[in-house]
Design a protein around this ligand. Structure first.
Ligand SMILES: C[S@@+](CC[C@H](N)C(=O)[O-])C[C@H]1O[C@@H](n2cnc3c(N)ncnc32)[C@H](O)[C@@H]1O
Length: 190
C-alpha cells in the first residue's frame, strides 16, 4: 500500500508505523484514518492520543466499519460459537474493535471544540451470498479463519456461514443480493 502511494505521490513523505504507538513529533492540521482503526484495540485511549497530535484549528477525521449489530457480524459470531471450534475463537471475537458512538463521544467531547459523529449504511449490490462471503474473507473474516486449525475446518466454517448468509441476505427479483454495510464517521476539531 505504501509502495503504491509512493509511486502515485512521490513528492509526499510516506512513513511506515504502528498506529497503536504512533505520535506526531509536531502537530498536524489533519490526522486522518480510513478503515484502519478497527484493527487497533482500546479506542478509549487511542482516540484521545491521536487527537493529541492535532494542532490548534485542526481535525481528527476517522472512518471505520460499524457492523457489530448487523447480520454480517452477528452471524459470524454465531457460527464462531459452534462447538467444533468455539474454544479457538476468543482472539477472533476481539480482533476487531467497533465501538458505539457513545464511546467516541465520551472520549473526545471533553477535548474537542466541535465533534461530529454519524453512521451511514451503504447498500452494496452483490451477485450472490457467496460474493458477500468472498468479499468478507479479505477483511473481517480473517481473524476467524486464522483461528481455525485446518483447511477442512475453514471450509466447514465458510459453508455454515454461507448457508446463514443465504438466509439473511435474500435474492432480489433480478437475482442480485443487497448487502448493507455500516460505517461510522468521527470528526473532532481542536
Ligand atoms: C482496510 S485497509 C484500509 C487501508 C487504507 N487506509 C484505505 O483506505 O485504503 C486497513 C489497513 O490498516 C492497516 N493496519 C491495521 N492495523 C494497523 C496498525 N496497528 N498500524 C498501522 N496500520 C495498521 C493494515 O495494514 C491495512 O493496510
Amino acid at each position: 500500500m505504501l509502495t503504491a502511494a509512493l509511486q502515485e505521490f512521490p513528492e509526499e513523505k510516506w512513513v511506515q508505523g504502528d498506529i497503536a504507538t504512533w505520535q506526531a513529533k509536531t502537530p498536524f492540521d489533519l490526522v486522518f484514518s480510513n478503515a484502519a482503526l478497527q484493527w487497533v484495540p482500546d479506542h478509549t485511549a487511542l482516540f484521545p492520543r491521536l487527537f493529541s497530535s492535532v494542532g490548534e484549528g485542526g481535525a481528527l477525521a476517522v472512518q471505520m466499519p460499524a457492523n457489530n449489530d448487523t447480520p454480517l457480524r452477528q452471524i459470524a459470531f454465531e457460527v464462531a460459537d459452534n462447538v467444533s471450534w468455539r474454544h479457538l475463537m476468543q482472539p477472533a471475537l476481539t480482533a476487531l474493535t467497533e465501538e458505539n458512538p457513545s464511546l467516541y463521544y465520551d472520549a473526545l467531547r471533553p477535548l474537542a471544540s466541535r465533534l461530529d459523529i454519524w453512521r451511514t449504511e451503504y447498500i452494496h449490490v452483490m451477485d450472490s451470498p457467496r460474493a458477500i462471503v468472498d468479499w468478507y474473507r479479505g477483511t473481517g473474516l480473517r481473524p476467524f479463519l486464522e483461528a481455525l486449525k485446518s483447511d477442512a475446518q475453514r471450509e466447514s466454517f465458510l459453508k455454515l456461514l454461507l448457508s446463514e448468509y443465504t438466509r439473511a441476505f435474500p435474492r432480489q427479483r433480478d437475482g442480485k443480493v443487497l448487502f448493507p454495510f455500516w460505517r461510522l464517521f468521527v470528526v473532532a476539531y481542536k
